[in-house]
Design a binder for this molecule. Sequence first.
Ligand code: FES
Length: 122
Amino acid sequence: MQIVDGDAGRELPLSAAATPSIMPRLEVLGSAHGPAVTLDIAAGRLLDACDDARAPVSFSCRSASCGTCRVEVLAGAALLDPPGPDELEVLAIFAASPAERLACQAIIRAGDGLIRLGPVDD
Ligand code: FES
């Protein structure tokens, strides 16, 4: 593979090539459970990203039963897989807004962009 500097027309070493980011950035606003955090994350479970970041999201059952981990998705909803039936059932019990998700159930997709979450405090 050859990388060519478009302006100068010269060949560049591979290390000089810009590598596109496919990792979303996660921002969780501060709450009663701790200060705000921001970090680049890999695709996978939002629960794991919150644990790794020590995000200020409160968890209890971690299995779509209690609704403790509700977060409002303020940006980047397209970077999350749609909620499954178990998550939808719990969100309905809490009469959650369409922007709310269960942090223990949401799955992060690979992609570039920002996911901004606001923990829901009852
Ligand atoms: S921690 Fe109980 S529903 Fe997510």
